[in-house]
Design a protein around this ligand. Structure first.
Ligand SMILES: C[S@@+](CC[C@H](N)C(=O)[O-])C[C@H]1O[C@@H](n2cnc3c(N)ncnc32)[C@H](O)[C@@H]1O
Length: 495
């Protein structure tokens, strides 16, 4: 457990700023090859890039990322205000004779506009051993996915459920006035207290399981990268707290989807990640749609990936530092396959769930999308626009759509593909540059509509002109176009 003694934290902050221990500086010290190798969990190039380098950032990488013993004089030079003694007092390092060895990972982290530091448990790359069951994760792929997809309007109260080392809370600190951060892990909360202090934040940090610590409370924004990994029960599997909520199948995510709505203010948004089981030949929308309809609020789900049971088992049996092919790995692999077979699970979906509490008593909407291609980064602005568009659609009828003068968004292009030698296009396609990278084939009439959608004509007037030009029945054209217009408004093809 780390200490958050203010004077020592202030000294550490001064040292990390002076180093400077920033994302840019560590990137420059490592260079692209060693940084790339580290991302693939290979330490050798990073060892070579930092070994004889007295730059404080290089010393701190060796100490806190690679887990190398570093002699006291070198630590004293890299952290002149705190010194090795202060690092020992904070609990960041332990004594190893002439050298100090990190007890935790500490690294710079940031977005385009903010520079922070995050402490978490040392990765298996530094310890060269499988993770312990109470391991506190640093920033992983799922953390950055959630951070990217979170809409970031200015809000009052925000909740980070299952905060881990506090990475989502740091992002929330850029646009929320009051942040509640919860976790079931005392070790995680010790890191959160430390990271909040180190980054000059005051969060309301609470211990407890899932929604228990916020019973009866509402928030304008809730984010959660919950322990959503589907894990066989009763097979002697390691129960990694950071990824496993201890329930059967995908019940952790089902519970959250059905209960989070109660904790949203009217107009409030929840953004969570999750896995779901795809059972037999049923489409994924059946199961997730049932959760969404039970939620009592608007739910928009984007499925980003499907793995088959073997792929899923391999991913999670390997996670935590277990080598493929070992007895441990094979036992876990078999347990996952048995567990999925017992429920006839044929696939496991991964995606992002956005929930929104309507401000009126209208019927909530449910939108279940598959979008597996590249998306904008960050995605938050597109998610916010997507929610606003869906709310507008839920609150307006066909006449309102037809009486609006829509504009095709600036990132929308229309491509025509011709068969060699032909002057008539074989395929016309609309493509969105940002957002979810929406694509759809067009017929002549819908392509004509997009070409005139510049905010001048109402959709009704534009379709009347197009039906005259193409000699189509106007009512039939309007009828055929309305579902398209709805899709395009939701996807921000039309604004
Ligand atoms: C996947 S990690 C997410 C950490 C961090 N928020 C992020 O985005 O990287 C899931 C977190 O949920 C916590 N957790 C596990 N079971 C929980 C429970 N029943 N209630 C609350 N938190 C739980 C774990 O301790 C862990 O910190």
């Amino acid at each position: 457990m780390l200490s958050s003694e203010p004077a020592l934290i202030a000294a550490l902050r001064a040292d990390l700023s002076a180093a400077p221990f920033t994302v840019e500086r560590t990137g420059a010290v490592l260079g692209p090859v060693a940084a790339g190798a580290l991302a693939r969990e290979q330490v050798l190039p990073a060892e070579r890039a930092t070994r004889d380098n007295p730059d404080p950032a290089a010393v701190l990488i060796r100490l806190f990322t690679l887990g190398d013993p570093v002699d006291r004089a070198t630590v004293d030079a890299a952290l002149p205000a705190l010194g090795g003694a202060g690092a020992l007092a904070l609990g960041l390092v332990r004594d190893a004779g002439d050298a100090l060895i990190a007890t935790c990972d500490l690294r710079p982290y940031g977005d385009q506009e903010h520079a922070w530091w995050l402490a978490s448990d040392l990765s298996e790359l530094a310890t060269r051993a499988p993770l312990s069951e109470d391991h506190v994760l640093g920033v992983g792929g799922a953390s950055t996915t959630l951070a990217s997809w979170t809409p970031r309007p200015r809000v009052g109260r925000a909740l980070d459920l299952g905060t881990g080392c506090g990475v989502q809370a740091l992002h929330l600190s850029t646009h929320a006035e009051h942040i509640v951060a919860t976790d079931i892990s005392d070790r995680a909360l010790s890191y959160v207290r430390f990271n909040a202090a180190l980054n000059g934040q005051e969060w309301d940090i609470r211990h407890g399981s899932m929604l228990e610590p916020v019973a009866g409370e509402r928030f304008s924004l809730i984010v959660s990268n919950p322990p959503f990994v589907i894990t066989p029960r009763d097979h002697g599997m390691p129960t990694y707290e950071y990824r496993d909520g201890g329930q059967q199948g995908d019940a952790v995510v089902a519970d959250l989807v059905t209960r989070l709505g109660e904790h949203l203010e009217p107009g409030g948004i929840a953004q969570i990640l999750g896995n779901w089981e795809i059972v037999g030949a049923a489409p994924w929308q059946d199961r997730v749609g049932a959760w969404a309809r039970a939620a009592g609020v608007d739910v928009w789900v984007v499925q980003r990936e499907i793995q088959d049971p073997a792929q899923y088992a391999e991913t999670w049996a390997r996670d935590g530092g277990h080598q493929s092919g070992t007895t441990d790995f094979n036992q876990m692999y078999a347990a996952w396959l048995d567990d999925f077979a017992a429920r006839d699970v044929t696939g496991i979906g991964f995606g992002i769930i956005t929930m929104h509490r309507p401000e009126s008593d209208r019927e909530p909407f449910v939108d279940l999308l598959d979008a597996r291609g590249p998306v904008a980064a960050p995605m938050g602005p597109a998610v916010l626009a997507g929610i606003q568009a869906r709310v507008w659609l839920a609150e307006h009828d066909d006449d309102a759509i037809l009486d609006t003068s829509w504009s095709a968004a600036a990132d929308v292009t229309v491509a025509q593909h011709f068969r060699a030698g032909s002057s008539d296009p074989e395929v016309i396609e609309v493509a969105q540059g940002g957002g979810l990278g929406y694509r759809e084939s067009l017929d002549t009439a819908s392509a004509a509509y997009l070409s005139v959608a510049d905010g001048d004509l109402t959709a009704r007037a534009a379709l009347a002109a197009i039906s005259g030009l193409l000699e189509l029945d106007q009512d039939e054209l309007v009828e055929a176009m309305l579902p398209r217009l709805r899709r395009w408004i939701a996807a921000a093809i039309l604004r």
